[in-house]
Design a binder for this molecule. Structure first.
Ligand SMILES: *Cc1c(COP(=O)(O)O)cnc(C)c1O
Length: 377
């Protein structure tokens, strides 16, 4: 079966009870236990819900892992996965991971005794150098946010495996349609399904997939005891989104390629970051480990005034956080997704006041180009 077919035919294309072409929304908090003689699969909806279970099985199938788990947000998935670690453990993270993941590692979990070292993982040797006796996990994201830096997953995950670390990859930008980190050696994959998987900017949800059943048990223990679960309606919206992922992503990626190429030649633009561009650092690595370049790009204007003017003037792009929806979204990382990062750290990473990130939607690309041209002035 090819990857597009699997988005539709993954074991949950039909409800076996009614024949419905979708998973029923089971809206209940508890389940009758009969005469208590035999334990039933579901007892309380924090511990398990049939609608949620369907999505958890679907994402595990799509990522090629053993177990899947759904959470109330992408950050709840990240936090719950990190919750399998203990105080005193050390985590190595790529330095340009999602701002919220950075915050949970460096603020919240630090108070609970987790230590974190941020490294530039585009050179895998930096990971090897950061490993110490207490290192227990490696946290990566590729392409990175917002500069679309590429990390060589196979090499980095190999280093983690040799050192006995649990490796976690945030696959939000690529989705399992374009990239499957478990096949490249990852132990856990996490997602903000709020983005491309949900795909319509109408739901917040997170997912985690584990390579093994054993790791799955550890993540489940946190899911059940921490309780950061999604409701069945939100789960259902993500299952519906997944069915159209291929159609959306292919159009969005084709438009992103055209838009990135066009931006390169614009007089107000000084740099464009998109893994599909011929001269993008790491393009070949991305092509080897993923089936596409995705639909997120970023660019630098020549001045901060140009960037603010663009955001104020652009008509077919919402000036907003988030990405992966059917509508184009223009975000301003310095004030939005990376506002939680200390200014000095942002400067070092190149997240400046001239940087704009675009998540390309399903509008006709000719309209987007004309609109961007007008807004850039
Ligand atoms: C949005 C995002 C998250 C956080 O997900 P939420 O659903 O907003 O909690 C994590 N990682 C990446 C790469 C994201 O883009």
């Amino acid at each position: 079966m090819k990857r597009g077919t699997r988005l539709i035919h993954n074991g949950h294309e039909m409800d076996p009870v009614t024949g419905a072409l979708g998973v029923p929304i089971v809206q209940t908090s508890t389940f009758d236990q009969g005469d208590l003689s035999t334990p039933r699969e579901f007892d309380y909806a924090r511990s398990g819900n049939p609608t949620r279970k369907a999505l958890e099985e679907i994402i595990a199938t799509l990522e090629g892992g053993e177990r899947g788990y759904a959470f109330g947000s992408g950050i709840a998935a990240v936090s719950s996965v990190l919750g399998i670690l203990s105080g005193g453990d050390h985590v190595i993270a790529a330095e340009d991971i999602y701002g919220g993941s950075w915050r949970i590692l460096n603020n919240f979990y630090r108070r609970w005794g987790l230590e974190c070292t941020a490294v530039d993982a585009s050179d895998p040797e930096n990971i090897r150098r950061a490993i110490k006796p207490t290192t227990k996990a490696l946290f990566l994201e590729t392409p990175s946010n917002p500069l679309l830096k590429i990390i060589d997953l196979k090499t980095c995950l190999g280093i983690a495996r040799d050192a006995g670390l649990i490796s976690v990859v945030d696959n939000t930008f690529m989705t399992p349609y374009l990239q499957r980190p478990i096949e490249l050696g990852a132990d856990v994959v996490v997602h903000s399904a709020t983005k491309f998987l949900g795909g319509h900017s109408d739901v917040v949800l997170g997912l985690a997939v584990t390579r093994t059943k054993e790791l799955g048990k550890r993540v489940y223990a946190v899911q059940n005891s921490f309780g950061a679960i999604p409701g069945p309606w939100d789960v259902w919206l993500v299952m519906r989104g997944i069915k159209t992922l291929k159609a959306r992503l292919e159009v969005q990626e084709a438009s992103a390629r055209q838009l990135a190429q066009w931006l390169l030649d614009h007089k107000k633009v000084s740099a464009v970051f998109y893994p599909g561009l011929a001269n993008h650092p790491g393009r070949e690595i991305n092509e080897a480990q993923a089936s596409g370049a995705g639909a997120v790009l970023s660019f630098r204007t020549k001045t901060a005034e140009d960037a603010l003017r663009f955001l104020a003037q652009v008509e077919y792009a919402a000036a907003a956080v988030s990405l992966g929806g059917v509508e184009t979204i223009a975000s301003y990382p310095v004030r939005m997704s990376h506002a939680a990062m200390p200014a000095e750290e942002r400067r070092r990473l190149g997240i400046t006041d001239t940087l704009i990130r675009i998540s390309v939607g399903l509008e006709d690309v000719e309209d987007l180009i004309a609109d961007f041209d007008r807004a850039l002035g």
